[in-house]
Design a binder for this molecule. Structure first.
Ligand SMILES: Nc1ncnc2c1ncn2[C@@H]1O[C@H](COP(=O)(O)OP(=O)(O)OP(=O)(O)O)[C@@H](O)[C@H]1O
Length: 827
């Protein structure tokens, strides 16, 4: 269905009238996109691709739109689909708009500038087609610039920007642009006569537009640009015969929005950040209006939230229509912005124009009247300007006819400035010549010098002749054309003058018409004002009556209130007495009830006391049983405890015995060591004494021997001689003594060796004693360890005793808590 529509609309692109009708008859808003970046037809990857002529492919699937275009290839096609139908519609009197929306740097301003050139071409092409003037007049009305000055369509342009919440007229900055109930007002309007003229105005205005540079665009628009083409079309008589209005007027708005910006992507600061905030806020207001229009349940449309939405009001209400062009980039980095733009553009297709509130008779007629009044005032101003210009021209002609004549004569070829200028080729006086006063028949130059009223008379006569005998004048002019070429130019001048006069007449007629319209409107307004005043007066008198009635009602109600109060007081007194009686009755009743309750409570208490007693005895029995159980349990626990204590004691005794054994061992070791030491000492002393004794014996023997030797020597001396005999004997005796002495020496050596052995034995005994000492130390350490173990065991015994006491106590506590035993029973 959608694609068929689009096919049809693309066929209709060649026929603006048909497509414009379609545009108005269908949804008020159509959505298009222009993709920039990757060439989607080449199949390169991007966040969005062109699927068909009316759909795009995004990550979530295809998205249906009214047209999809490649920014780099299809600017003209985009204009043909969006701008051209609008221009055709606006010529039929229906307001239209093209809105360029998208992220910063997506190509909105670039496309808008292309659109402007194409729109100018389209506007003026349309004009020449619509013109009903004869071809000769058309060609003659084209000026040197190619501008069509006589076309039946008037195009006025206004260029306004919304910058930081303010509206600025970019063509005439002195104008104060405001919003009104019909959209924007107060902006200057400038008639454009041709595309070139329009381009010049736009170029001058664009220089004043606020722009700035940021990361995404070095020439970024900082304002929303609103270009309005106010188009007034005069419908030809043929059309008028079909009962169409003679004149239509509507506005075509071309809007280049500033780019929606994410501050972190553009990285703007200071003034530009502020601008971005304003831009985003007015874009939000626009999105809100679009959402409200798309939501059928929304009755209020917030056009007044921003100037931008007020500028679009015309297109989004009544018979208006809007073509929304979303500019997107297929660049992956811009995927989020592209998705947001597509969402907005696609959502806009659901919009519906609200006709009900706007078409309420009073509002509609008032808005229309205001609009018509504004248009008439503007037209009046324009016409007054034109009349002034024409008057100026005429007065200059009247004041110095010589200048006109001289202009005419200067435009004539030099050879033709003769007295035959106003005669026919055959010498016959031309109809013009015959009408020209005699003084002016010689030559234009002569006429300029001769008559002060010459030129005006010439024009008036010419006018009369042309009006009375146009065929004669035309045939005369055509006959003369070959021979007197200058007459062509003269004729052109005359034609031009006639045209100007006709324009003046037309303007005067239009002024009269407009003045009468204005008068009618003023009359209507005055009447409406009078009606309103009468209505207000009647309402005021109605209100007065109402007030009087209300006051009457108020006094009546006050009286009634006083009566009601008296009645209420009487009622209250009766009620108070009733209450008093009721209170005394209630008191007696309460006392009785209390007594009954007390008796009842007493009996219940007695029963409860008996029950409690019974319960107590039951509890006591239970407590006794519990106590017995508890005593048995305690006995059992104590027996277990005793056994445990006995075990521990046995262990302690064993340990003590072990300790005693160790100590006795230690003692015996000490005794053994002391005995060993004493034995060793006494043995050593005995040996030493024996050695000493033997030494003494040896010494005594040696002394004896010495004595004996001395006696022998003395005897020998005395017996020198005697001894000589006995010398051998003596020598033998000496040998024996020597043997004794060596024997004694050997004995001494043996005694020394025995003493050494004794010494070694003593050292061994000392070593034994040392090892015995070490064993004693070890035994002492073991004793200490045993003592520590004993202490620990004793502590454990103490702890176990404490634990047992705590367990017993808590068991008793539980018994008391559970009410199984009375505390006194435990105590
Ligand atoms: N279709 C296109 N072909 C070639 N160049 C383009 C095209 N569209 C945009 N550009 C270039 O890209 C740049 C940014 O474009 P433009 O200023 O139109 O973006 P913008 O959407 O209006 O941005 P902003 O919202 O910031 O004003 C300009 O230099 C413009 O010349």
């Amino acid at each position: 269905m959608e694609s068929t529509d689009v096919l049809r609309s693309s066929n209709n692109l060649q026929d603006p009238e048909v497509s414009s009708r379609a545009l108005v008859n269908k949804r008020p808003c159509k959505a298009f996109v222009s993709i920039r970046g990757v060439n989607s037809r080449s199949g390169e990857a991007g966040c969005v691709t062109r699927k068909t002529a009316t759909s795009v492919q995004i990550s979530t699937g295809p998205l249906q739109l009214d047209g999809v275009f490649e920014a780099s290839l299809e600017q003209k096609e985009l204009f043909a689909a969006t701008g051209r139908p609008c221009i055709a519609a606006v010529k039929e009197g229906r307001p239209c708009g093209v809105l360029h929306y998208g992220q910063s740097g997506s190509g909105k301003s670039y496309t808008t500038s292309c659109f402007l050139q194409l729109a100018f071409q389209e506007l003026f092409k349309g004009m020449s087609q619509a013109s009903t003037a004869p071809p000769a007049a058309q060609s003659s009305s084209l000026s040197d610039t190619g501008c069509d000055e006589d076309a039946p369509t008037t195009v006025r342009i206004s260029i306004v920007e919304e910058y930081q919440g303010k509206l600025v007229d970019l063509v005439d900055p002195a104008s104060i642009v405001q919003t009104s109930s019909v959209g924007l007002s107060g902006h200057s309007q400038h008639i454009i006569s041709c595309a070139q003229h329009g381009s010049q105005i736009v170029a001058a205005a664009m220089e004043k537009r606020h722009t700035g540079s940021h990361k995404l665009n070095s020439h970024s628009s900082r304002s929303h640009l609103i270009i309005m083409f106010h188009v007034e079309t005069t419908i030809s008589p043929a059309n008028a015969a079909r009962s169409a209005p003679a004149k239509t007027s509507a506005t075509f708005s071309l809007i280049d929005l500033a780019g929606s910006e994410k501050l972190n992507r553009t990285q703007t600061e200071g003034r530009m950040k502020n601008e971005a905030l304003h831009i985003n806020s007015s874009l939000s207001a626009l999105q809100l209006v679009f959402r409200q229009l798309a939501n059928r349940r929304s009755n209020h449309i917030s056009h007044r939230n921003s100037q931008l939405t007020m500028a679009l009001k015309d297109c989004l209400s009544g018979h208006g229509s809007l073509n929304l062009v979303g500019h997107i980039s297929s660049d992956i980095a811009s995927a989020a912005e592209t998705a947001a733009t597509l969402k907005f553009v696609h959502g806009a297709r659901k919009m519906e124009v609200r006709r009900s509130p706007a078409s309420s008779p009073t509002k509609k007629s008032r808005a229309e009247l205001e609009h018509a009044n504004a248009q008439l005032q503007q037209a009046n101003r324009d016409l007054a300007e034109q009349v002034e210009t024409l008057k100026g021209t005429l007065s200059s002609c009247t004041a110095s006819p010589s200048s006109v004549s001289s202009r005419i004569s200067s435009s004539l070829p030099s050879g033709s400035k003769s007295s035959t200028a106003f005669t026919s080729p055959g010498g016959a006086p031309s109809p013009i010549a015959s009408s020209v006063p005699s003084g002016s028949k010689s030559s234009p130059a002569a006429s300029s010098s001769s008559a002060s009223h010459g030129c005006v008379c010439v024009f008036e006569d010419l006018d009369r002749h042309i009006r009375n005998e146009p065929p004669a004048v035309t045939s005369w002019l055509s006959d003369s054309a070959d021979s007197f070429l200058w007459l062509d130019e003269y004729e052109a001048a005359i034609q031009k003058a006639l045209c100007q006069k006709a324009q003046q007449d037309q303007a005067n007629t239009r002024i009269c018409q407009l003045e009468s319209d204005v008068l009618v409107l003023q009359g209507q307004l005055a009447q409406a004002g009078r009606d309103a005043v009468e209505k207000l007066e009647s309402q005021a008198s109605g209100f007065q009556d109402c007030i009087r009635q209300l006051e009457l009602e108020k006094s009546l109600r006050q009286q009634q209130h006083a009566e009601n109060m008296a009645q209420a007081e009487a009622k209250l007194a009766v009620q108070a007495a009733d209450f008093q009686a009721q209170a005394s009755f209630l008191q007696a009743d309460t006392e009785r009830q209390m007594e009954e309750a007390a008796a009842d409570a007493q009996s219940r208490l007695n029963a409860q006391a008996a029950e409690t007693q019974d319960h107590i005895s039951r509890l006591e029995r239970a407590a006794e049983a519990m106590q017995q159980e508890h005593a048995a349990a305690i006995e059992e626990a104590e027996a277990a405890w005793q056994m445990q204590v006995a075990n521990v004691k046995v262990q302690a005794q064993q340990l003590q015995e072990c300790l005693n054994t160790c100590e006795s061992q230690n003692l015996s070791m000490q005794q053994h060591h002391t005995a060993a030491m004493d034995a060793a000492q006494s043995q050593r002393e005995a040996q030493a004494a024996e050695v000493q004794h033997r030494l003494q014996l040896a010494k005594a023997q040696q002394a004896k021997l010495q004595q004996h030797f001395s006696a022998a020597e003395l005897a020998a001396d005395s017996r020198i001689h005697a001894l000589a005999v006995n010398m051998a004997e003596q020598h033998a005796c000496i040998g024996v003594l020597e043997g004794d002495r060596s024997h004694l020496q050997e004995q001494q050596k043996a005694a020394c060796a025995a003493a050494d052995r004794q010494q070694e034995e003593l050292a061994a005994a000392a070593a034994t004693m040392a090892s015995a000492t070490a064993a004693k130390v070890q035994a002492a350490a073991e004793t200490a360890a045993l003592r520590t173990a004993c202490t620990l065991l004793q502590q454990r015994v103490t702890r176990l005793g404490d634990g047992f006491a705590a367990v017993t106590k808590s068991a008793k506590g539980h018994l008391v808590t559970w009410g199984l035993v009375h505390p006194w029973a435990l105590s």
